[in-house]
Design a binder for this molecule. Structure first.
Ligand code: ZN
Length: 47
């Protein structure tokens, strides 16, 4: 089942990205650029 998820920076908690997930079971972890940290950080799925 598809659902909308929000990706938040692991370091500062900024919700920088939102995406659609086609896998409800797995928790997403993506390396993306965070403007607040001014660096690439791990972004994790949040609700
Ligand atoms: Zn950050």
């Amino acid at each position: 089942m598809r659902k909308k998820i929000v990706l938040a920076c692991e370091k500062c908690g900024s919700r920088n990205y939102s995406t659609m997930s086609n896998n409800g079971a797995e928790r997403l972890e993506v390396k993306k650029f965070c403007q607040k940290c001014n660096a690439h950080t791990v972004h994790k799925e949040t609700k």
